[in-house]
Design a protein around this ligand. Structure first.
Ligand code: NAP
Length: 342
């Protein structure tokens, strides 16, 4: 199998290469793509030095699979070109996620949505991804009426430049200097908490990230009737998104039943002994593929509401790992045929 990794020099792309190596993904050849700025740079992968290519019509021919993480604009333009050339695309950007004929797939939650794809498969937003892995078993057992979500999202969710912005500001402040002005974020992120993840569209009092969480969750779970309220917040953490999720079920579900259910769920690890200081932490989730869930408890204000604390590595399960899992499923199920090109 020939695999293109588009955005290979970025936060997600470099993690995709690492995850492919760890899972010994069956690729005969891997070609990293990035912008013109990186063309010619070499990347070490599985014991070989790979030369980074810029995107061009000639360079994109002959691939079975393309894993995209180079932003929405690149995905809008280049994913259909790869698909037309007979390549199956798994895209991490937001551009294709809500298109009706594009499946939005989380490996543990809705793999059946891959059937009938038309050349492009979308990977959800990172904060949505980790949450639905924890919600799916609850949905299947007790139904879900409403979700109230608050996120605490790490800077790597914005990409490599945001990681550098946090590092540079924190370094300056810790050395008694004025921090460099914010450029990636609207405000200083070091030693701060910013209640804005992504942008406010004109006339909308929710951010684009909050809108994505609401819309993508309903699409993946296949339930348009779930009420969802989301507040997305950026915190000065390098890797790992944390989420407080209040779940109102349709049928009664005790905290104990929920804990047992999640302990047996694929992709979930329950860490829930709060009296002993055991609960999910971003620093423990970083570098892991599992979604960590803890602080599972009854919401005292409602008999059918539970509170959960859900933590995941946004670069791994939130993006790269799921993309590679989806590629494995496509291959396993014989769904990578060029005949499916859009
Ligand atoms: N970070 C996360 O946790 C996360 C999670 C889920 C989804 N995503 C999505 O994944 C995508 C990438 O995010 P990221 O965090 O990895 O960003 P990033 O660190 O900024 O990386 C962006 C990548 O895109 C490449 N690129 C930029 N312009 C290009 C062009 N004209 N042609 C080809 N490649 C180009 C960059 O190459 P150069 O190095 O040459 O500039 C780099 O490899 C975004 O759509 C994001 O929404 C991110």
């Amino acid at each position: 199998m020939r695999v293109a990794v588009v955005g290979a020099t970025g936060a997600v792309g470099s993690t995709i290469l690492r995850v492919m190596e760890e899972r010994t993904f069956a690729a005969d050849e891997v070609v990293p793509f990035a912008s013109e700025r990186s063309a010619g740079r070499t990347i070490e992968h599985s014991g070989s030095s790979l030369s980074v290519q810029a995107l061009s019509e000639e360079a994109i021919q002959g691939f079975d699979l393309a894993l995209f993480s180079a932003g929405s604009g690149i995905s809008e333009e280049w994913a259909p070109r790869f698909a037309s050339a007979g390549t199956t695309v798994v895209d991490n950007s937001s551009f294709w996620r809500m298109k009706e004929d594009v499946p939005l797939v989380v490996a543990e939650v809705n793999p059946e949505a891959l059937e009938g794809h038309r050349g492009i498969v979308a990977n959800p937003n990172c904060s949505t991804m980790q949450m639905v892995v924890a919600l799916k078993p609850i949905l299947d057992r007790a139904g879900i009426e409403r979700l109230v979500i608050s996120t605490y999202q790490s800077v790597s969710g914005t990409g490599q430049q945001a990681v550098e912005e946090l590092r540079d500001q924190a370094h300056a402040i810790l050395h008694g200097q004025n921090p460099p002005p914010a450029s990636v974020y609207p405000h200083q992120i070091a030693f701060n908490v910013v209640p804005q993840v992504e942008a406010f569209r004109e006339g909308d009092d929710h951010t684009t990230e909050e809108r994505k969480m609401m819309a993508e969750t309903r699409k993946i779970l296949g339930r348009e009737d779930i009420g969802i309220s989301a507040t997305c917040v950026r915190v000065p953490v390098y890797v790992g998104h944390s989420e407080s999720v209040n779940v109102q079920t349709r049928e009664p579900l005790s905290a104990e039943e929920c804990r047992d259910l999640l302990a047996g769920a694929p992709g979930v690890v329950v860490l829930d002994a709060p009296g002993d200081g055991i609960y999910p932490l971003a620093i423990d989730a970083a570098g892991r593929d599992d979604v960590l869930v803890g602080r599972i408890r009854r919401d005292p204000s409602h008999e059918r509401c539970l509170n959960l604390w859900v933590v995941g590595d946004n670069l791994r399960k939130g993006a790269a790992t799921n993309a590679v899992q989806v590629a494995e499923l496509l291959s396993l199920r014989g769904l990578m045929a060029p005949a499916r090109a859009a």
